[in-house]
Design a binder for this molecule. Structure first.
Ligand SMILES: [Zn+2]
Length: 68
């Protein structure tokens, strides 16, 4: 099965270039990130700038879309 692009809902509104940019950001957003405390790849974004590790439950502030 093909990977469903999260940008499908944007349809053609934003054109090709910004759409691929949105796709990259959304993939980063939904990917697990590395926890600065336990170094496990189990950090998820709760909201813009708020991240939580599911292993050590550390909640911390980061960038709105990515950690690094
Ligand atoms: Zn952790």
């Amino acid at each position: 099965m093909a990977i469903k692009l999260p940008t499908k809902r944007f349809k053609a509104r934003y054109g090709r270039k910004p759409r691929s940019k949105f796709a990259a950001i959304e993939i980063l957003q939904h990917a697990n990130q590395k926890c600065p405390q336990c170094n496990k790849i189990s950090v998820r974004r709760l909201a813009a700038g708020i991240w939580q590790c599911r292993k050590c439950t550390l909640k911390f502030a980061g960038k709105a879309y990515t950690l690094q």
